[in-house]
Design a binder for this molecule. Sequence first.
Ligand SMILES: [Fe+2]
Ligand SMILES: [Fe+2]
Length: 371
Amino acid sequence: MQETVALDSTTESTAATRTGKPARKHSEQSTSRAKQDTILSPRFYTTDFKAMDRFDVTPVREEWDALMAEFDLDTNREHFVRPEDFVDELQELSPELYEEFLEFLISSVTSEFSGCVLYSDTKKQSQNPDIKNLMGYMARDESRHAGFINHCLKDFGVGVDLGFLRREKKYKFFKPKFILYATYLSEKIGYARYIAIYRQLEANPEKRFHPIFRWFKQWCNDEFRHGDALALLMRSQPELLRGTNKLWIRFFLNAVYATMFVRDHQRPVFHAALGVDTTEYDMQVFDITSTISEQVFPFKIDHENPKFLQHLQKISHNIEKMNEASRQKGFAAKLTQISSAAGAGITFIKLYMLPVISNELPETVRLKPAW
Ligand SMILES: [Fe+2]
Ligand SMILES: [Fe+2]
């Protein structure tokens, strides 16, 4: 097993233009962007490691051991080694696309690194060999993912200082069960997002405006495995999927979907460059994630209910208005900010209240990444 968090925290790069061609520029701005804590930005988490250690995977032992053996094979060991000709594929990007793509990369590196930190912290604290093993494998993968994205940021001269981020970003405490719901969803949604982009560019290679997208297929298989492992952990503790916990699962499903929808709609130029309609892309991602989540959650969100999309659009519109008002001064702007925040909150409650589709859990948990 490879040791984790061997991340380069250099803040400078030899390239700083929209093409990634030589120049030197500090990257404090991208680090501070990654450090920002807004409702939408990826967060860093910590948990009750002792309680995490009490998870017992005996009920799913057979599937668990098979998955650990797969992790141990480390099929992506060479995948994240960057070839020397990587930079030859870099293209000149329009200022708007450059800005949104950069935001996409910074947000992605933050969430990859957030996973890396949480998994490696859990590994360090753990005495339970099953948990320790799993966390080590997942931290290994996330460390590679974050390092690879950061290398791409450094081509633009704006690498994020990951060491600084680890020390300075605020950590949010979540009970282990919430960590499981949130990380499971973020792993599976991550898979769905990466594979949807990969398939789109496979069919339309002329839209591939950056070489990083060629890495997404094997990359998302890592995320798929991570999600499967977290699904096994939840299935081994069935009480996490029953009673009032179902209300929490419903909350996390809606919160994760709404966050993704709002964030993606702030990147219209990025999606246009990929040749996708942002709403259609998001609905496709919800569809993949919902189908996959049948492996573990006792119900799924009815994303085909027209009200689901209407509510998401209203939340997105309100957040946009709130952000716009927050950049202005004066009483009227403050009022708009408050009323839009309230509007987004009320609509989120309506989204939460929409009926869900119940689901009978399959006997076998693991799935094939067949999308
Ligand atoms: Fe990852
Ligand atoms: Fe992951």
